[in-house]
Ligand binder design. Sequence first.
Ligand code: MN3
Length: 199
Amino acid sequence: MFELTPLPYSYNALEPHIDEATMRIHHDKHHNGYMTKLNATLEAHPKLADKSIEELLTDLNSVPEDIRTAVKNNGGGYYHHNIFWEMMAPNQTQVQGELAEAIKKTFGGFENFKEKFTKEASIHFASGWTWLVKDGNGEISILSTANQDSPISQGLTPIIGIDTWEHAYYLKYQNRRPEYVEAWWNVLNWEYANRIFNS
Ligand code: MN3
């Protein structure tokens, strides 16, 4: 059975950028909902019970066809929120070392990267996510995915990512998604991103 881990900080820790009410509903209702449905889906398949969520999503073809879509959607939703909370932090951190170098090399500088990513996340026409991902060769790129489709199902490692489902921002920002994306940069956990990039 998969479990819901508490947020690594308090519900109001990301204020004023991400508000407490949104964090409470997002974690306790939405994230919890994906987990509950995932567990219900896997109940009839005890053979899958020993697998980690990463293993399930990395190799969706090994998941029985009758539950594959449910695992992709609810497993993706469960996993993405696990890492989304880790990708944010109340204290300001900075991109460093090799990840900073890779961003410079790939996008011509941090500001260019930020602009490109912000634009992509702001216009992504779907309930989904926008990510910075790393491929098997250590190359990085910006990737948007629909629904809860996971970069790890494509063999890519998410380094940072933003939830662009309306439930992630609508209480505070309503239809102003670009404002939410701008605010999110203030709570990015670059220590996490640096660590994942180097792993
Ligand atoms: Mn969400």
